[in-house]
Design a protein around this ligand. Structure first.
Ligand code: PLP
Length: 470
């Protein structure tokens, strides 16, 4: 097996020109303008090792955006690869619709145990006990929203059919998740087919200095929204700790707790979308546990398999779960499922990933590297006239690029300066970075070492020179 893999890996260069041509003509890339994709030579990856990706031309790239923010251990972490191979040899798939299987049971137990550990200092014993599997982050949210609607219906609150969500929120690309999202550029063309959600402000924490005045007014506005329509709200959907796709916007400290308080008072379910912030990206496994705020429904994705295989997880509290019990004829069973829900290979990868978090003291590494990033970024690019207030939680970093007048501006529509900086970082330094509008995002594998922190900051420092060339 390993010999065969090595030989196919190292034997003979693939014909780069042919691959590149086929890539441009046959493959349709997500969120990519294919008309201009062909203007640059594509980077075609052949293999990965640690934090690096190697392309078919044998060039090495540092994966500083963590393969769309999901990578935990770098590429091809040997323990996870072994778990995947072992599981594949035993059982590739069996459906939870009719049977159960060992890796799904083991993972559900390990995951709920780990969640409890994160909430062990909470005032009430944690009750996120029931794990529902799907295939990706969007479906994890989709499942949570359907659970909330069906829950409210089955406890007799049939008027509760709406969701409260937040300005600039992002919850995925399927229709329910899109409806809950409010980044205009991503949803405008579908807007007529989406359902309406009530939007509240997401007050941002400013890293240094005073707490922004906005928090009190956001809270008043929030109270006003609830007072008017609490009896129509099924759930509040929020990205705890920070909004990722909005450009890494950290939530004001203690705000999640306030939202939870209102949820209790008005009997609204709290759904935390931790697809991005969870799984140690911002520190703890469960992001909302940073402030000991337990949601009624928790959504996980991205890093849950260490960044190896697709998986979405929706964890429900006891209260929610209980409302789905009844006689068959009552049709109270949760009316949702996917063919590959809880795929055994993905479960085995996630299980091993979870074990490695403790074995390798991952949370400590995130803390140490996060601190280094904070100081090094501040020292080396913080005072650059085009760099705005750097936003960071753990190893999720957003660097807003200001325009020449010093304004933090720019939506997704413009070809941004941030995009030019990322381009230069890729071309000159072979560090893969990705812009979001005019914000550069850094989301490296969570086990990176100091050396890669330096490599990324070097690339940014050089990348900023792209603004001088213009
Ligand atoms: C990425 C993301 C999603 C969607 O996950 P996919 O796996 O891309 O479908 C949902 N919510 C948040 C907060 C995300 O960052």
């Amino acid at each position: 097996m390993s010999e065969a893999r090595t030989s196919s890996r190292l034997g003979g260069l693939r014909d780069y020109k042919l691959l590149a041509e086929q890539d441009q003509t046959v493959l349709w890339h997500p969120y990519t303008q294919m008309a201009e994709y062909g203007e640059r030579e594509p980077i075609i990856i052949e293999r990965g090792e640690g934090p690096y990706l190697y392309d078919v031309r044998r060039r090495r790239f540092l994966d500083a955006f963590g393969s769309m923010w999901c990578n935990v251990w770098g590429h091809n972490q040997p323990d996870i690869v072994n778990a995947i191979q072992d599981q594949a040899a035993r059982l590739c798939h069996a459906s939870l619709f009719t049977v159960s299987h060992v890796p799904a049971v083991d993972l559900a137990v390990a995951l709920t145990t780990a969640i409890k550990e994160d909430f062990k200092y909470a005032a009430e014993p944690p009750s996120l006990n029931h794990v529902f599997f799907s295939d990706n982050g969007s479906t994890a949210v989709e499942v949570a929203m359907k659970m909330a609607l069906q829950y409210q219906n089955q406890v007799g609150r049939i008027s509760r059919t709406q969701f409260l969500t937040f300005h600039y929120g992002y919850h995925g690309d399927t229709f329910g998740a899109m409806s809950a999202s409010s980044i205009d550029a991503f949803r405008r063309k579908f807007a007529p087919s989406l359902f309406d959600c009530v939007n509240a402000d997401y007050p941002m924490q400013i890293e240094e200095g005073e707490r922004p005045d906005g928090i009190r007014s956001a809270e008043y506005a929030f109270e006003a929204i609830l007072a008017g329509r609490a009896d129509r709200l099924a759930a509040i959907v929020i990205e705890p700790v920070m909004q990722a796709a909005a450009g890494m916007r950290p939530l004001a400290d203690d705000y999640l707790g306030k939202i939870k308080k209102y949820c209790r008072e008005y009997d609204i379910l709290l759904i935390t979308d931790e697809v991005f912030t969870g799984f140690c990206r911002t520190g703890p496994l469960v992001a909302s546990s940073a402030e000991l705020v337990e949601p009624d429904i928790l959504c996980l994705g991205k890093g849950i398999t260490g960044g190896t295989l697709p998986m979405g997880v929706t964890v429900a509290s006891e209260k929610v779960y209980e409302a789905f019990k009844g006689e068959w004829s009552e049709m109270k069973q949760f009316l949702h499922g996917h063919t590959y829900s809880g795929n055994p290979i993905a479960c085995a990868a996630a299980l091993r990933n979870l074990e490695l978090v403790a074995e390798h003291k991952l949370k400590e590494n995130v803390r140490a590297r996060a601190r280094e990033f904070h100081y090094i970024l501040k020292r080396r690019i913080g005072s650059h006239p085009r760099v705005g207030e750097i936003r960071q939680r753990g190893l999720a970093i957003g660097i807003p690029i200001k325009d020449e007048k010093g304004k933090e501006a720019g939506g997704y529509e413009q070809r941004s300066d941030a995009a030019r900086i990322c381009r230069r970082a890729i071309d000159n330094s072979r560090v893969l970075l990705r812009p979001l509008g005019n914000v550069i995002t850094i989301c490296p594998p969570l086990n990176i070492e100091r050396q890669q922190v330096d490599e990324i900051v070097d690339a940014l420092e050089d990348g900023l020179k792209a603004l001088d060339d213009a």
